[in-house]
Design a protein around this ligand. Structure first.
Ligand SMILES: C[S@@+](CC[C@H](N)C(=O)[O-])C[C@H]1O[C@@H](n2cnc3c(N)ncnc32)[C@H](O)[C@@H]1O
Length: 457
């Protein structure tokens, strides 16, 4: 429960009073002027900006200290005088006249408190901590300002125009909503951000005609928690009607799907049941044909041992629009999060990526790669690790440094370091669990000192 009730007041042409003549009073007067209020400032010794605004006819300036009666007829009043005496007197008068008063920095004297505001034309986001911490309110506002770029102003105006048109034409509410969600998920905002207002308007018309064409996003979810998700992946998840995800995708990532999204696990853990690939392809096609915004969410990057290529081919073959969002792949992130640089000047200048699974290449292939590259990264490494390590040791020697990184980027992250000759036994002793990635090469040992100082973000 909070005692504050957020509202957006219509102050157009309404009288408002500001007491005080310093920079704070000027800032408050500016905010009221932006809302179209008729502003009177009462202050002796007003700052130059206030005089200038009064000279330009934007506000009335009464050049004397506050006197009882100054709040008569005001809709809102702000006391930015900084004077205890004036604060007490304005408080008394506001109570008598039932004028809503804000006394700057004196929460106990206020009828209302001013939120921190993100302004994007007609879109205004007000942030309030109910007076607990103006500092935090400003910090949250700055974050929102970064998320809501300047393009939101023309975007909100454009959607507003479309809304008025649809209402005038008597379009049913459900169809209107389809258009609004189509506009939200379209490239209209991107075009506006790039300054292409004409292109944005043309695309908006297309969306109005055909709001739900249906498409599939092939999205990389990164190796672990939501912090390693890209902004594009977050955006795709927020707009999804349906999310089909791998088993390796963290629950924290799935929580970023919009509240109306259906979230379906089509993955498997080692040995578990999984939805066959053909069925996944069919689900993607059916949903897109229905007009759904579908996110196919894959661990790491969709095109690194993720069968993303096959799904892309199936969708493209059926004429479905596909959007691709790369992800942070465990192929590189597992090593990074364990403090192992895959390349290191004077130590390693080439890297090879492979899988330990027979169907994905198999040990013979691995041996060839181990001989060719300075650093070898092996995915799906835990099953049959002893055989994999032995095959590699036969080529590069059992003393080659090796590490296995399990659960990289999650709270379960563990790293076992050793040499090819001993790594399988060490992992078994540590009871490591998948998903795990093997890194083989001198880099594993070379960066030991730096590793002592490093921590994952
Ligand atoms: C089917 S592959 C998918 C790879 C994924 N597309 C990528 O780019 O990270 C699964 C393998 O990725 C690796 N992997 C995935 N997540 C991992 C993690 N959090 N830590 C270590 N390795 C991981 C493991 O080798 C696992 O067996």
């Amino acid at each position: 429960m909070t005692r504050y009730f957020p509202v957006s007041l219509d102050l157009e042409d309404r009288p408002c009073v500001v007491l005080g003549g310093g920079p704070m009073a000027f800032e408050k007067a500016q905010g009221l002027l932006l809302a179209g209020a008729r502003v009177t400032v009462v202050a002796s010794g007003a700052a130059a900006e206030l005089r200038q605004a009064a000279g330009g006819g934007r506000l009335d300036l009464v050049e004397r200290d506050y006197l009882p009666g100054d709040l008569a007829g005001a809709w809102l009043a702000i006391d930015a005088s900084g004077s205890d005496e004036i604060n007490a007197a304005s408080r008394r008068e506001a109570a008598e006249r039932r004028v809503l008063l804000n006394v700057v920095d004196r929460a106990q004297l206020c009828d209302w408190i001013a939120p921190a505001i993100v302004r994007r034309g007609p879109l205004q986001v007000a942030v309030s901590t109910s007076g607990e911490s103006p500092f935090l309110a400003a910090a949250v506002r700055r974050r929102l300002e970064r998320d809501l770029g300047a393009e939101w102003e023309p975007f909100v105006r454009l959607v507003g125009e479309v809304r008025r048109r649809l209402r005038e034409a008597g379009v049913p509410a459900a169809d209107q909503e389809a258009v609004f969600s189509g506009l939200l998920r379209s490239d209209v905002r991107r075009l506006l951000r790039e300054g292409d207002a004409e292109g944005a308007a043309a695309l908006a018309e297309e969306v109005v005609r055909r709001p739900r064409p249906g498409r599939v996003w092939l999205v990389g979810a990164g190796p672990g928690g939501a912090d390693l998700l890209t902004l594009a992946a977050r955006e795709a998840l927020a707009g999804a009607d349906l999310v089909l995800h791998d088993a390796l995708v963290d629950p924290g990532v799935l929580e970023l799907a919009g509240p109306a999204a259906r979230v379906v696990d089509v993955g498997k853990r080692a040995g578990g049941r999984r939805v066959p690939q053909e069925r996944i392809d069919a689900m993607l096609l059916e949903a897109a044909a229905r007009g759904d915004e579908v996110v196919r969410l894959k661990g790491g990057d969709p095109f690194v041992f993720g069968r993303g290529g096959e799904e892309l081919a199936a969708l493209a073959g059926a004429g479905i629009e596909v959007r691709l969002v790369p992800g942070v792949s465990s192929a590189t992130a597992a090593a990074t999060l364990a403090g192992i640089p895959l390349t290191l000047r004077g130590v390693a200048s080439s890297v090879a990526f492979a899988t330990a699974r027979e169907r994905g290449g198999g040990p013979a292939d691995l041996a060839r790669l181990a001989a060719a590259a300075d650093t070898l990264v092996v995915l799906m490494a835990l099953d049959g690790l002893a055989a994999t390590a032995a095959a590699l040791a036969a080529v590069v020697g059992p003393g080659r440094p090796a590490a296995v990184v399990a659960g990289a980027g999650t709270r379960r992250q563990r790293v076992v370091r050793g040499e090819l000759g001993t790594i399988a036994a060490a992992c078994a002793a540590a009871a490591l669990e998948p998903p795990a990635t093997l890194v083989v090469g001198e880099v594993v040992a070379a960066a030991a000192a730096a590793r002592e100082l490093s921590r994952p973000a």
